[in-house]
Design a protein around this ligand. Sequence first.
Ligand code: FAD
Ligand code: UDP
Length: 362
Amino acid sequence: MHYDYVVVGAGLAGLTIAERAANEGNKKVLVIERRGHIGGNVYDSYNEDGILIHNYGPHIFHTNDKEVYDYLSKFTKWNDFWHRVLTYVDGNLIPMPITVETVNKLYNLNLSTKEFEAFIKEEAEDIEEIRTSKDVALSKVGENIYNLFFKNYTIKQWGIDPGEIDTSVISRIPIRFNRDTRYFADKYQGMPRHGYTKMCENMLQNKNIKIMLNTDYKEVKDDITYDKLIYTGQTDEFYDFEYGKLAYRSLEFKFETFDQESYQEAPVVNYPNDYDFTRITEFKKLTWQDHKKTTILKEYPQAEGEPYYPFPTKECKEHFAKYQAKMEQEENTYFLGRLAEYRYYNMDAVVRSALDLYNRIK
Ligand code: FAD
Ligand code: UDP
């Protein structure tokens, strides 16, 4: 069977391409997905108690990219949602990211924002060349806050010291000199009103899109032909691990449901220094679902398992560069998304990348 576009992977990257090609380009599209559902890691579903959970960890949409926001808004309405995170340190729940509220709560102070700025200036270390995530944290907040909030969380999440990790990782967490304690400061933030899966289903409403679930690309590739292949799976796998396996970080997700309306004070509580899990999410506090019970999720980082995060070290980037050289030689095959581009993309950045790719190749 011949298709204009074959898309491997039904995550946000693949679905955006499929949607554009079918709706804007009037093309015939085949989407091949290994899992039994669409959505990739943004997939959400109702559990046996009827509570909407994010099956692959908490997903909060946030962006400053109006075009991406407007694009996704064609497929969902949004609940306005400002994400808040508390961090459990020495028995106290403290606002994250680092703001004046963090320091006031941590040290039982009552600093103004100006005094906080002076306090941080005093704490921050003068580092000549910022090369790692540890340098980022020390240069922004100094050793005390680094030790309490960043060091152990990062070791737990990645299994290595922040001094070995790319600057981009801890740079994801801002430090703010105003009283804004929201986790993200982007202009557009929200939760799809009826969930991410519903939004993804709406993206696929076109009879020119055919979707094969529970199907690995390699099983069917000899039976299909196409003008363009969009591949959103792992690149090392695409090339039969010719240069060896790329490193990804995985997670084990443990869900628990309690016969009580509420479990914790915030949608997410981080645990940098205690327990083996990094954070606890309480889904009803993300989705605003009304329910007598509540479901939480604990995330346990793992070296092996489903590839959730590209590994953010210099060595891993160099390893990926070998595959990149091959990718660039391909004709009519395009690599897109968190796995294929080996990039720590957020949802909005994946959609941006997909829209740009489609416009380039259409
Ligand atoms: P994926 O969602 O991974 O989709 C790729 C798909 O390809 C998968 O479904 C996979 O099964 C399929 N596939 C792979 N190989 C094959 C094959 N050979 N054959 C067939 N199918 C194949 N982003 C945010 O913006 N906000 C957040 O709050 C946020 N929280 C996150 C929390 C966690 C725990 C994780 C892991 C990620 C989070 N993200 C968040 C990032 C977000 O999940 C990604 O940006 C987005 O889902 C990436 O989409 P994708 O299509 O590139 O990849
Ligand atoms: N981080 C940390 N302490 C925290 C939260 C995050 O040290 O309380 C670091 C950690 O290295 C983590 C990175 O910042 O991997 C990015 O955090 P984010 O919340 O963006 O992680 P994600 O939601 O992508 O897993």
